[in-house]
Design a protein around this ligand. Structure first.
Ligand code: ZN
Length: 281
């Protein structure tokens, strides 16, 4: 993002409002890729504090809240929506009701109501009216309990394609790196490389667009060298099932591929320079 005054103020607040929290940086960070059917919801947890990236589809919202509670998170500090498709924003209303204190972060994509579906317009209207909404775009970052979340994309929202304007987030935790691609696909991955994105080998990749075709570009995977890759998908929705070629690329590029449609909820501890799968209970 080319910085706007409001965004700069937001960043200043985020960086300086929590002076004592960075002391926990040596502790492990739990990443939970929730099993929310054909959708995505990712919980970052440190102690009783959490960040939620996306909220899955609406019918899974109560299950999502139960799992957040089961992981011991009693307070969400940030609730991030990568974009407003209902498989990512579907739990918005229930999550907002349960965690009104969370700062809501979106990409600020200006949507034309006559070119979007009723449900996307419903979420868009709700976000616009949300008093704790902030915008995050490429170059913006937030600090949370020793962890840095940096937006890599979008840099300039354009058009009405929600997936292509999806927030792409890089997580930095000590020497460990994780990437959350949202529903951005190979076009965005190539753009990131063209712009010099070079994280070195990363511990965890939550791959883009549920592993469907035109995601997980081979050159991008060779570039980021994920040790663990994750796909959030549902076996009940064959139309949106991960593509065989994408799965093969992710297996070849990573030390390990995990999938919510086969493995259920996926829990990892992000520590030092690796991501270690753990039991979720
Ligand atoms: Zn999606």
């Amino acid at each position: 993002m080319r910085q706007r005054p409001a965004a700069l103020l937001f960043l200043a607040v985020m960086f300086f409002a929590q002076p004592g929290l960075a002391q926990t940086s040596a502790a492990e960070l739990r990443v939970v890729v929730m099993n929310v059917g054909e959708g995505q919801a990712i919980l970052l947890r440190r102690g009783a504090s959490g960040i939620l990236i996306d909220s899955g589809v609406a019918p899974f919202a109560d299950q999502l809240l139960r799992r957040i509670e089961a992981h011991g998170v009693t307070s969400l500090e940030y609730f991030i929506l990568t974009h407003l498709h209902p498989d990512h924003a579907g739990g918005y209303f229930r999550v907002r009701e349960r965690f009104p204190e969370a700062v809501l972060i979106g990409n600020g994509h200006p949507l034309a109501a006559d070119r979007q579906s009723f449900i996307v317009n419903l979420y868009d209207d709700a976000l616009r009216a949300d008093p704790r909404r902030r915008v995050m775009r490429a170059g913006d970052q937030l600090a949370w309990r020793g962890v840095t979340l940096k937006a890599l994309w979008p840099d300039l929202v354009a058009g009405q394609n929600l997936n292509r304007n999806s927030l792409v987030l890089s997580l930095i935790h000590g020497l460990s790196r994780a990437l959350f691609i949202g529903d951005a696909g190979e076009i965005v991955e190539r753009r990131l490389m063209e712009r010099g994105f070079d994280p070195g080998p990363i511990s965890l990749l939550v791959s883009g667009h549920h592993g469907m075709a035109r995601s997980a570009d081979a050159n991008f995977l060779a570039h980021v060298q994920p040790r663990v890759a994750v796909i959030s998908a549902s076996w009940k929705m064959p139309r949106y099932h991960p593509g065989d070629a994408v799965v093969a690329r992710l297996i070849a590029a990573s030390g390990r591929l995990l999938r919510t449609d086969e493995d259920g909820e996926i829990c990892l501890e992000l520590a030092a320079d690796n991501a270690v799968p753990k039991d979720c209970d």
